[in-house]
Design a protein around this ligand. Structure first.
Ligand SMILES: Nc1ncnc2c1ncn2[C@@H]1O[C@H](COP(=O)(O)OP(=O)(O)OP(=O)(O)O)[C@@H](O)[C@H]1O
Ligand SMILES: [Mg+2]
Length: 385
């Protein structure tokens, strides 16, 4: 980044958050939407995940699997109606005590939005208002969340624009969204989200609409800002390359459920659910020249892939919404029905059928305080140079 500093920046304040305490915990969340005369659309159905301070949790999965709805639920930004929270809690630990974000009033939620949790939306152009200048919009976000006057808000906005690498922020603050390129608009969104120094950033496909070079710049920028500010991030993406480069922990979703959850190294080296294995099989590898790549459906449509879960005990089989439940399914009155998210080996969870082998298994919810920066086995050796 070639940003020039416009005025002295306060040193980053060390986080007072306990690194061993989850910042946010999504616990059995289910969200559905009214579908006119048809049955309700169950967008999210028993999702569990957790984010720790300074951690990047990547949420991956195909279009429509419920990634955005999960993130927007934690900001209470799901439109209700047609949306409805059917069950579950989203516990926020950023204030020292756990509070359930789903129970907060709009007024209480406004305190959380921006101050504690900020979101970068999937579509920057639809999130920016075309009739207001960039500056007006960033300043409004600051005034809404911080106890400062307009002049102070202007200074914070200029600094935030500078931080995200927008050149000549004092001039550019007067421009309208259409006068910015896609990459610059995305930086404006990031500046707005970060102006209030949130503890958690929900970044919903922050780079999908951008070309590869700009994408890399934005992700690098997010990584830098995250380190400087001790911020946690939920990074929603389709792109496994982005996951490999940025995530500490990965949550793979399918059809409103979590199908796999592990730290990034474990997930990439030992994917267990056929859907995750299909995802990996469908990406090209440098050292392998193939005439054609395997598609995800070639894996998920192969019944053999679902007969057992390699590495798990007998009778534990990967859950899949389009399959008939297996014959050894155990009776269950759980709201999530036949699906169960089981810790099949330490710190590695897979969505499985609630079969007889699984009955009685009490899995802890996905919960990994793993961060690459804190992992001694992943540190580069120190050199004297
Ligand atoms: N406002 C809404 N009204 C009705 N249905 C909705 C609404 N928002 C989301 N849905 C439905 O909820 C499901 C999950 O949507 P969501 O936006 O979370 O998917 P996603 O995983 O973010 O997909 P993408 O990768 O395309 O962004 C989809 O079936 C979608 O059609
Ligand atoms: Mg989405």
């Amino acid at each position: 980044m070639t940003a020039t500093t416009t005025h002295p920046k306060p040193a980053p304040t060390p986080s007072k958050l306990d690194p061993k305490r989850a910042l946010m915990r999504v616990d059995n969340l289910a969200v559905s939407f009214d579908n006119g005369s048809g049955p309700r659309i169950q967008a999210v159905d028993g999702v569990r995940m957790s984010v720790y301070p300074r951690q990047t949790l990547a949420v991956v999965g195909e279009s429509g699997c419920g990634k955005s709805v999960t993130a927007m639920s934690s900001m209470q930004l799901v439109p209700r109606p047609p949306g409805r929270f059917d069950r579950g809690r989203i516990m926020w630990g950023g204030q020292g005590v756990d509070i359930d974000l789903l129970t907060l009033t709009e007024q209480q939620m406004r305190q959380i939005r921006g101050n504690d949790i900020a979101m970068i939306f999937q579509e920057p152009m639809t999130s920016l208002n075309p009739v207001y200048t960039i500056g007006d919009q960033i300043i409004e976000a600051i005034l809404l969340h911080q106890n400062v006057n307009v002049n102070e808000a202007v200074e914070i906005a200029v600094e935030a624009m500078n931080d995200v690498g927008i050149p000549e922020p004092r001039e550019r603050i007067k421009a309208y969204p259409h006068q910015f390129s896609g990459g610059m608009r995305q930086r404006v969104m990031i500046a707005m989200a970060l102006a209030c120094q949130p503890k958690l950033l929900l970044a919903d496909e922050p780079t999908t609409a951008l070309d590869v070079t700009i994408q890399a710049q934005i992700l690098e920028l997010l990584r830098d800002l995250q380190t400087q500010r001790d911020m946690a991030m939920m990074l929603i993406t389709h792109d496994l390359g982005v996951v490999a480069e940025n995530a500490d922990v990965v949550c793979v979703m399918y059809a409103g459920r979590v199908v796999e959850y592990a730290n990034v190294f474990e997930l990439f080296s030992n994917p267990m659910h056929p859907y995750t294995r299909g995802l990996f099989a469908s990406i090209p590898k440098m050292h392998q020249r193939l005439d054609r790549l395997v598609t995800i459906t070639e894996v998920t449509e192969n019944p053999k892939e679902f007969e057992k879960l390699p590495g798990a005990q007998e009778g534990v089989r990967p859950w899949w919404p389009w399959h008939d439940p297996p014959k050894d399914l155990a009776p269950s009155d759980e709201p999530a029905g036949d699906y169960y998210l089981q810790e099949v080996k330490p710190n590695h969870w897979v969505g499985v059928w609630r079969t007889e082998a699984v009955e009685g298994h009490k899995s802890r919810a996905p919960d990994l305080d793993y961060r690459i920066v804190d992992d001694p086995s992943r540190q580069k050796p120190q050199t004297d140079a």
